[in-house]
Ligand binder design. Sequence first.
Ligand code: ADP
Ligand code: ASP
Ligand code: MG
Length: 418
Amino acid sequence: MPLLVMKFGGTSVADLDRIKNAAAKVQREVDRGYDVIVIVSAMSGRTNELVGWVEQTSPLFDAREYDAVVSSGENVTAGLMALTLQEMGVPARSWQGWQVPINTTAAHSAARFVDIPRANLDQKFGEGFKVAVVAGFQGLAPDGRITTLGRGGSDTTAVAFAAAFEAERCDIYTDVDGVYTTDPRISTKARKLKKIAFEEMLELASLGAKVLQTRSVELAMRYKVRLRVLSSFEDTDENSGTLVCDEDEIMESKVVNGVAYSREEAKITLVTVEDRPGISAAIFQPLADAGVNVDMIVQNISEKDYDDHPGSVTDMTFSVPINQVERAKKAMEEAKVSGEIAYDELVVDTDVAKVSVVGIGMRSHTGVAATMFKALAAENINIKVIATSEIKISVLIDRKYMELAVQALHDAFGLEAA
Ligand code: ADP
Ligand code: ASP
Ligand code: MG
């Protein structure tokens, strides 16, 4: 039997009516002759609520118990989806991660797949079940405890199943009808892309475009999964949505194809650190040891008065995910106390946002940075930190200018017109 993976995100299973609507889409594919693996998220808002409960109960929570709690939202929707399908006359069975089993690493709250043995699901399909409804976002650690895959992880569950079961396609049903040049909720000028290259989608996702979890794009690229993003609210067919595919399948491409943003950034500056060989290692090693994901880094000569600092000093600025600020501060304070580093002051700025432009065309075009900086300057937006790679340029700016920056860059790179 040909097999499809269909994933429904939180808003697509937000209540019983939405679950019915999603189930009807599944039934249609079954009627066309497919076996289907359905991956479900928790009802929208539920995971946030669960995370909130954990944090209220225990601010420095045990990650195993965090996973035990936050994975539960998906169990509910998996069972309800299976019941809904059964009511429609479609033979369906729900599966929690441990029942499949979805074997992962032990990295609680950020686990990675180890393998997904096919035997249990294959047996059920063999018995005449047409649909396996699998709880997304969760897995099983080697020690038998439940893990989760990081926020947005159901996308990755979907791609992993598509790879393991050699699905014809992996369809990600969500609340927008495809991948756009930028978040359509931020810019009304955003344009839907018919196709987008894996590399570009990977950058957009990792730079904040929530439409797909970064890891899901990585897996799709590695295992050559045909990955599609489409609307769960509209009528859809084979041509709907956006196909994430190899670069050479795309005929038309611009230098910049997307603008991404992230509000979940914070900027930390260590004021007046010594400027000596080894200082960067002394700062970033403790951060790495504490599990802090440092993103952008700038080192500059301090403009303070250094009378009390013989020898040269510098300021070191870096950005971290906003929810890791406390961890980063603690790591720096401990490194200071133990004498590994010295600084006068640690300044945290949480009112920042990262805005990025992405395009594989940047590999062979110059002037992208100049265009970007000019567009921001024209709006009087000050750039605090810059980072570049082969196919992206990111800037850190005041958060209040984020939407304006996204619009300005979308215009500057002509993304509106097809
Ligand atoms: P789901 O609950 O279905 O997983 P998400 O909220 O995780 O949905 O992802 C879909 C959201 O991603 C959209 O509602 C949209 O606001 C956001 N988004 C951000 N960037 C983009 C983009 N470039 N194209 C489409 N959607 C985007
Ligand atoms: N429910 C989880 C989350 O909100 C996983 C997902 O929806 O992909 O992060
Ligand atoms: Mg999502």
